[in-house]
Design a protein around this ligand. Sequence first.
Ligand code: CA
Length: 403
Amino acid sequence: MQVADRAGLTDTGRRRRRNEDSFVLDPPLFAVADGMGGAQAGEVASRLAAAAFKEFHEADGLEPEQRVEALVQEANRRVYERSHEDANATGMGTTVTAALLEGDRVAIGHVGDSRAYRIRGDALEQLTQDHSLVADLMRSGRLTPEEADAHPQRSVITRALGTDPTVDVDTFAVALEAGDVFLLCSDGLTTMVPDEEILRLVHEGGSLERAAKALVKAANKRGGEDNVTVVLFRVDAGGDPPLDETARLAPAGEEGDTDELEDTLTGEEAIPVVTTPPAEPAVREDVAPSRPAPAPPARRRKSRRAFALVAALLFVALLLLVAFWGLANAHFVGAEDDGSVAVYQGLPYDVTESFALYRPRYVSTLHAAQLTQDERAELFDHELMDYGAARDRLARYEDEGVP
Ligand code: CA
């Protein structure tokens, strides 16, 4: 098999000031890296990892899985060393999802919450498992996929390059069929754009370059909360690239016609997330029952409406009281975006992407990646407690001598 088409694109998105993602488009090697860390450390980490990959040379006698593993370990070593040499880079890390094509298979190496997908015909298959807090909680049955999508700590990863001298890498190989398309991407795509739409945009893109642009554009239309990176490649048995039958969008030989793409992305994709309106529906239901009941006399209707209004106001007041009580007294254990374990005051909910009902009250030196999966499931169950109890709970893990 050979690479018939390929594309890579990264974008800062709409909310972040910096782009901490990097990618490698160096057939037969492809990778994405999503960095994290204060100041510019996230950028440094993902670029160090990408640079290690770009210096890739065919090593003798290694199976592709072993070679991918060796590359990821080398990238890890560089990020780890830098983070210990440079005070500004302390605590930095990066995800890596890499694909190496050899013969009739692709070897995948993976750490973190970037993803690899294979698109074969009308099926999109996620090949990698996220190393993230919410993926852990989902696997242990504590969260549904819907809850995971809305989880305030969905960006916390539990494995990263740069936190330890060696890293536990998921490596495996998948068999190829002619026409298979592979997508490597950072979570800035997958948290914004659902799988069905990713599949549709890749099919409709025609060339992979157009598909990459359409994917980034879709993530930004849905809010662009994070840096977005996509790497795409299509394999083929050799000879001419296969004709893409689903290339409905591509007008005669035009490349990069972004206006055309823009037109296809209006409508339902552009619908913003709407938070649930306050108690109003309860009032409406009461006033206008859907069953064909005989209309009550006007005065009774008025008093019922007034009663419903008062009830709704009381309900809202009660909600506010509970909310304020909760915000003041409730604490739970969670983790910061960089993985530092923390005690939060408030309730573990985001009202919108940028407004949360909690704030960190204590940030530990303990990192989520230093805990086992069981420990994470126990510690991050979001049980509400007072501040002292939350600190005590955390202290048990801090005292175990984890640095
Ligand atoms: Ca990200």
